[in-house]
Design a protein around this ligand. Sequence first.
Ligand code: PEP
Ligand code: MG
Length: 327
Amino acid sequence: SELQENVRKDIELEPVTLDGQSVELLMNAGLIAEFDRSMKHGASGIGLYRTEIAFMERGSFPSEKEQMAIYKNVLNSFKQQPVVMRTLDIGGDKTLEYFPINEANPFLGWRGIRVTLDHPELFLVQVRAMVRANIGRDNLQILLPMITSLPEVDEALRLIHQAYSEIRQEHGEAVKRPPVGIMLEVPSLIFQIPELAHRVDFFSVGSNDLTQYLLAVDRNNERVSSLYDAYHPAVLRALNIIAEQSKAHKVSLSLCGELASEPGGAILLLAMGYDKLSMNGYNVPRIKWVIRHISQKHARQMLETCLQLDTVTEVRGYLNQQLEQLG
Ligand code: PEP
Ligand code: MG
């Protein structure tokens, strides 16, 4: 169709609104080691590399050397573009055959950073592999999943510093210190943004988990799936508060959940002031097209309206009506 043709032509263009506001579009990935041009979909880097996927494909924990080889390929395929690698996010719905976790409430249990801080040997090996893979490049950024409290951040930073110092001693000046960021996906962090801003280089909102935890709805439970919706007014207001406070504290802000890959969601996030949106690669061209066909002014008007609405139904209804007018 004509629309698909236009979307394809836009791939090489910049994601800039009609009135000149730019936003960075990145892609989410996992497992794939080497990316050729067609697999990048016009994204300007990887905003979320889910390292657990490579761990799930194996029969035992990959060694530092094996991990280094995987990470190196990913960093190499993006050359000067940033690659945000998330440390192991197992638990919840993602467990490893060789590391079983049996719990009554896995999403509220031993998950993400909680597991790796209890097993610093796993964390250190992974971070060492990442830092070594980044030698001779400098496009690695490290992202910590499932952070709930400040001491977790401090402990993770301490371990990252330890790994970095070891590699630096082993390999010298070529070893670069990667920026470190955290996932904002547990609601407690909404109330600790100033303290977090002092500690880390960037925030990345995980809207999939943030929605699940704000609304107390299991993201995989079909019986309550109609209650799981990122367009819930409370979720939108939380996302807006995060954006306002991150801006006030001058922290780079990205969002890497499904919401970024939906036209209505992307427009609202652009209006809130999110600097970067990360999504499945095949959605990048479509979102780029949307960004290039709306003004920041119009997006802000849409956001203001949505923030006043009472229900998911009203928000979705309003957004659909606006999107139809957009084409
Ligand atoms: C999220 O929670 O929004 C996210 C991007 O991470 P994952 O889906 O891997 O939990
Ligand atoms: Mg998550």
